[in-house]
Write a protein that binds this ligand. Structure first.
Ligand SMILES: NC(=O)C1=CN([C@@H]2O[C@H](COP(=O)(O)OP(=O)(O)OC[C@H]3O[C@@H](n4cnc5c(N)ncnc54)[C@H](OP(=O)(O)O)[C@@H]3O)[C@@H](O)[C@H]2O)C=CC1
Ligand SMILES: O=C1O[C@H](COP(=O)(O)O)[C@@H](O)[C@H](O)[C@H]1O
Length: 501
């Protein structure tokens, strides 16, 4: 095992992300030997915690992963806390001294990884101080991991990027999009580029449309404050969905290197049609959940959630159609939808192939079901391919059959968590699964038009009952193109015996 020598500094060490994602991910890396003796973690935030208290918090956040108490104790002993207000310059002096001490104690070779698990308005201040207070020494690698949201529109993202790039080169900035760490998202490139049967027909000659659904069953939970400033379009479409779309749409890279892949993703994003506001209104729908129930359980509407304005127009559901104007995809709509409080948690991609030119079996009525390749991202992972076959028995009835390989990700005990993979990638300087500035910039350009069209044309938000599959307008969007969603909510009810098949 190639143990990594590194000093982590986590800004926002008392926060939710650090506790829920970062400490468990670091512990998994420790258990695998990726981190061993030569690492230390400085956790900083304003709360007056001590080293001992941070270690207690770390230990409680990894409870489910502990198999050997002394291993957990050793791991936690690498953590140090410094109370620090990121706007107070004098605190960086103490931070530098502590860093120097830990570098010597753990022999971290001057390698440093700064994780900004904080609100983005602080990013510029932090990186400015890292440089001015000479915490950056150029001795080992010096990398920055930052969290979403990366800006709130193109202008703010550009400003933020300029602030960061004054201090860190692009190759040392790791913008997290945790979907890129998910097993099946990484598998999209494998499906496409390791299977001739798919890549050879991956174009507008054979594919009718592509559908990307990111459904969540949870509501806005206790994140109303943040969500009110974001909404589904910025929270999910600008980043995760456009990232996935670019992986589906990009040209094959000449080599499987991070640079080549990023170049192809940027080209794909640039080929996505930038709508006029009028087109955006026609092609995108904003929705909000109202009270609803499922299986006897009641759910409040978005407007009744904590920290949400009573007259809020924030969309908890966004749905739309992207068109890609290039040789491969011209004429193929990419439909996307995402929302809170949808019928179930489910992230999947449906690639819907074109109908046969002639329907030999049904007097040319065109009633054959289309072939659909489904990539299940979560909570189950895998693929299915629906093909048509003859129903067994007399006569010649054609019926769709599903070839399916699906497993629940929970069964994959050793499957690394997205954050674990991404932190390890950052330690290895591997940038494929991070968003680069070109991708972020283009995504905002596409999203800004939609947001601005919605803001300038405040019509009634489409509503949907909590724990359903979104507003009726999201079905009409496809119906007007003569299509329908391949993943239908009825499936959910049928599987649970709540609807007749
Ligand atoms: N939580 C999640 O699941 C996800 C979070 N993110 C992003 O990660 C970032 C962090 O999120 P999250 O952990 O949920 O947020 P929290 O509000 O839970 O944590 C914020 C952290 O920032 C610290 N902080 C705030 N102001 C200062 C300051 N002036 N100086 C020093 N420390 C300060 C807080 O500590 P203290 O009060 O002690 O100073 C706390 O540790 C955000 O950008 C969020 O959008 C992204 C995806 C998922
Ligand atoms: O980035 C975000 O993602 C989560 C959904 O992530 P998942 O890994 O649980 O699918 C979403 O709930 C949150 O609103 C958004 O900020």
């Amino acid at each position: 095992m190639n143990e990594k020598a590194v000093l982590f500094t986590i800004f926002g060490a008392t926060g939710d992300l650090a506790k829920r994602k970062l400490y468990p991910s670091l512990f998994r890396l420790y258990k695998k030997g990726e981190l061993a003796e030569h690492f230390a973690v400085i956790g900083t935030a304003r709360r007056p915690w001590t080293n001992e208290f941070l270690r207690e918090v770390v230990t409680s956040s990894i409870q489910d992963l502990i198999e050997d108490e002394s291993q957990a104790e050793n791991f936690a002993s690498h953590f140090y806390y410094q109370s620090h207000d990121v706007e107070d310059t004098s605190h960086y002096v103490t931070l530098k001294n502590l860093g120097e001490e830990l570098k010597a104690k753990y022999n971290t070779l001057g390698n440093q990884l700064f994780y900004l698990a904080m609100a983005p308005q602080f990013f510029g201040t932090i990186v400015g101080h890292l440089r001015s207070e000479e915490i950056l020494t150029g001795e080992g690698f010096e990398r920055l991991i930052i969290e979403k949201p990366f800006g709130s529109d193109y202008e703010s993202a550009k400003k933020l990027n300029d602030e960061l790039s004054c201090v860190f080169d692009e190759e040392n900035i790791f913008r997290i999009d945790h979907y890129l760490g998910k097993e099946m998202i990484q598998n999209v490139t494998a499906v496409r580029f390791a299977n001739h049967i798919f890549e050879s027909i991956w174009n507008n000659k054979y594919i009718d449309n592509v559908q990307i659904t990111f459904a969540e069953s949870i509501g806005v939970e206790d994140r109303g404050g943040y969500y009110e400033t974001s909404g589904a379009l910025k929270d999910m479409v600008q980043n995760h969905i456009l990232q996935v779309l670019s992986l589906l749409a990009m040209e094959p890279p000449t080599t499987f290197s991070d640079e080549e892949i990023r170049n192809e993703k940027v080209k794909a994003l640039k080929a996505i049609r930038k709508y006029t506001e009028e087109e955006a209104l026609d092609s995108f729908i904003a929705g909000q959940y109202v009270a609803g129930s499922i299986d006897g359980e009641e759910f409040v509407g978005y407007l009744e959630e904590p920290n949400v304005a009573k007259n809020s127009r924030t969309e908890t559901f966004a749905c739309g159609k992207f068109m890609i104007d290039n040789f491969r995809w011209s004429g193929v709509p990419f439909y996307v939808r995402t929302g809170k409080r949808m019928v179930e948690k489910g992230t999947r991609i449906n690639v819907v192939f074109k109908q046969m030119p002639v329907d030999l079996f049904n007097n040319n009525q065109n009633t054959l079901a289309p072939n659909i390749l489904t990539i299940y991202i979560q909570p189950t992972e895998g693929f299915s391919l629906s093909v048509n076959g003859k129903e067994i028995g007399q006569g010649f009835t054609i019926e769709p059959i599903k070839l399916s390989y699906r497993h629940n990700s929970a069964f994959l005990g050793n499957s690394p968590e997205a954050y674990e993979k991404l932190i390890l990638d950052a330690l290895n300087g591997e940038r494929t699964n991070f968003s680069d500035w070109g991708e972020v910039a283009r995504s905002w350009e596409l999203i800004d038009v939609i947001r601005s069209a919605w803001d300038k044309n405040p019509k009634e938000l489409a509503t949907y009952k909590a724990r359903t599959m979104g507003p009726k307008e999201s079905y009409e969007l496809l119906e007007k193109d003569g299509r329908s969603w391949a993943w239908k909510p009825e499936e959910w009810y049928i599987e649970r015996g709540m609807l007749e098949e």
